[in-house]
Design a protein around this ligand. Sequence first.
Ligand SMILES: NC(=O)c1ccc[n+]([C@@H]2O[C@H](COP(=O)([O-])OP(=O)(O)OC[C@H]3O[C@@H](n4cnc5c(N)ncnc54)[C@H](O)[C@@H]3O)[C@@H](O)[C@H]2O)c1
Ligand SMILES: [Zn+2]
Length: 341
Amino acid sequence: MLVGRGLLGRLPELAPLPCHVALVMDENVAPLYGALVAEAIGRERVLAVTVPAGEAHKTLETVRDIYDKLLDARLDRQTTILAVGGGVVNDMAGFVAATYLRGVAFVTCPTTLLAMVDASVGGKTGVDVPQGKNLIGAFMQPTAVIADVDTLATLPPAELSAGMAEVIKHGLLAGGVLWAELGRLPWPLPAERWGDLVATAVQVKRDVVQEDPFERGRRALLNLGHTFAHAIEQVSQYAVAHGPAVAMGLACAAHLSAQLGHCAPNLPTDIEQLLTRCQLPTRIPAHLPAEALLAAMGSDKKKADGRLRFVLLRTPGEAFLEGDVPLAAVRETLNSMSKAQ
Ligand SMILES: NC(=O)c1ccc[n+]([C@@H]2O[C@H](COP(=O)([O-])OP(=O)(O)OC[C@H]3O[C@@H](n4cnc5c(N)ncnc54)[C@H](O)[C@@H]3O)[C@@H](O)[C@H]2O)c1
Ligand SMILES: [Zn+2]
């Protein structure tokens, strides 16, 4: 993976793009960067495919539209699928690359912070179906990942903050230099500082994925804050977006760790201050009741004294999987983290 500034304009030097290129972007990214990328590669080699923006369009219908455009243009197996966009485009274009003519080359250029530090690493691609998110997909490793951090300049501030929730998660998993760096991070971050931060943050996921490519062990640590976050997203009927939900989830995981005596009592406060500085929420909206959140976490399927599995923290840099968390402790955390408190 290459992280830096001004990379989109230099794509042919940086990524293998022989023959034809199917350039997949969404309707927000296409007008911003489509011309730059097509010029750099050479317009005669590029078939630009623009899809509607947003998670609601991460569907088999959109994938079908992309297949149609590629088939109509008679693109063959030498084609490279080039994704330029956020996680939605990355996941969908990657799935197309995995399946078009039984698989063609895939290059991805993440343009959101979340896609840079999370979605573009690990080789997971796919779409949502009415039964749930990301249920249909394939593992597909891109031949190159090019993260041009200059694209973050046009990203809406809320999307930048959402990506920071994952960066902070990576900081908590790694500790060390990244966590120290985050402790003195100015916000908003000056443009020249994004490159180093993204490169350090992405390395955390790369290291974990490399050790555990098929999610049999260590990769579970990447779920730090996510058991809470998924429940918050689900109970809010997705009114709370993933980034803010992860922020709340990280705060909850820290409180639960402190409550169970695993981490220092000041760690939750340190984490909350950092989240707040990055314009992220730390408290669960009061209208999402603890019981509904617990049910969403799957405790409803367990016995009355059911126990839950969480990623907890000892210190930044030392996360661990605890499979035996008492329900009462989780309930107490949820109650104390509700905004009404
Ligand atoms: N494959 C994985 O391992 C993995 C990991 C995490 C998340 N994901 C997936 O990623 C998706 C979320 O990704 P996301 O947060 O990037 O959302 P997104 O792709 O919807 O992008 C967010 C918004 O920003 C816009 N945008 C993108 N880049 C821009 C830029 N540079 N300037 C201006 N606007 C820009 C998009 O058009 C969109 O409206 C989810 O579908 C999630 O499932 C996948
Ligand atoms: Zn996440």
